[in-house]
Design a protein around this ligand. Sequence first.
Ligand SMILES: Cc1ncc(COP(=O)(O)O)c(C=O)c1O
Length: 432
Amino acid sequence: MSAQKEHLDLAPDPELSEQDDRGRRSRRGICLIGHDQGRYHVRPSLTRAIGPVLERAREGSDRYNGSMVTRSSSIARAVPMRRVKAELSALRPAIDAAIARVLDSARLIGGPEVAAFEAELARIADVEMAVGVSSGTDALLVSLMAMDIGPGDEVVTTPFSFFATAGAIARVGARPVFADIDDDSLNLDPARALEACTARTRAILPVHLFGRPAVLPRADIPILEDAAQSLTAAPVRGQCATSSFFPAKNLGAVGDGGAVLTGDRLFAERIRILCNHGAKPKYFHHHIGGNFRLDALQAAVLRVKLPHLAGWIQARRSNARRYRTLFEQADVPAELRLPADVSEHTYNQFVIRVPQRDALRVHLADAGVATAVYYPLPLHLQPCFADLGYRPGALPVAERAAEDALALPIDPWLEPEEQDYVVDRIAAFYRR
Ligand SMILES: Cc1ncc(COP(=O)(O)O)c(C=O)c1O
């Protein structure tokens, strides 16, 4: 294994690896004011953005001489992908109160917190019904079950998504059929999706990847939208949309959680029943469901966070705009592509395309900038789907994206100085 590859393999999960916001809390203070051939000029008592980088350099490296440091490859994650800790700290008194309320009530499963969260979520997502479920994965699974999809059926979907999208199709016994993505949006190409439909196709499952709404195919086939990364980016247009409250999502729980959003009351009722082992009334089972319930503690915490979602999305959009300006001003080659400027995008991820992706990633890790690769192996080439018969080259657009897509930090807590630093380090990569 090359040193470069080893470095990447050893990197912790970038989505949740931030658990260190010392830079933000520490005002001990040194500030990046300029750099020259890899040397940073620093001055005391100003900054927080790259404080951790410089602090660690000062503490651990003889290369620090009081006013200048050089880059150290031992420095890691000074600019994290996601600051879950900062988000929780900012809301901590309200979250503590919500948790205490649930514990005091002892209504741990279902009850008023879940019902109130579902109503509030439906309002914010501008949809008739929201049903809280145990995760984004289970939201997909229970939706496919509620659509009566099973063995002998096919579901057309994207090869460029988190595994759960295709895993859920296989878990209900249906066959995932992959159609290639659109190179600009990285979403399922609607025309290719329609071409992949057969007489056995029971649904099309597009993903609004990274927060950018997908163009839905126009067909007489039910559509299930995977909105795990795109809550509120677009109105629900299909039979239903599913979302995820994994902590790194724009609306994150303090554990796992998800939701099914639908304009169809009967469908929502079916979801509810299937989430409770298919029982209605209790202990009478006309269907085989599962335990896919959202618990009251998660609902109570999500209710604290929900009113902040729109502001957090605005912050992500503003960070995206700032990246665009910075990249325009920076000396980077045209081969580095930014995500298209789409106003509905909710930027759960800001994904650039770079031919030398892995080398750039190592370079950024050495500079303390966390990045993530979503996704290194497209779904049609996953070993568990080998029996579906896809070969390398079958879906070239997705395969190319798996090689050159790189997610940069875009979290609402990202500081302007941190963005300057990220783009500056990327420009430095091309100057080497
Ligand atoms: C596109 C997509 N679908 C489904 C899921 C599954 O959600 P969860 O992790 O809540 O099960 C995720 C989570 O990362 C996702 O990104």
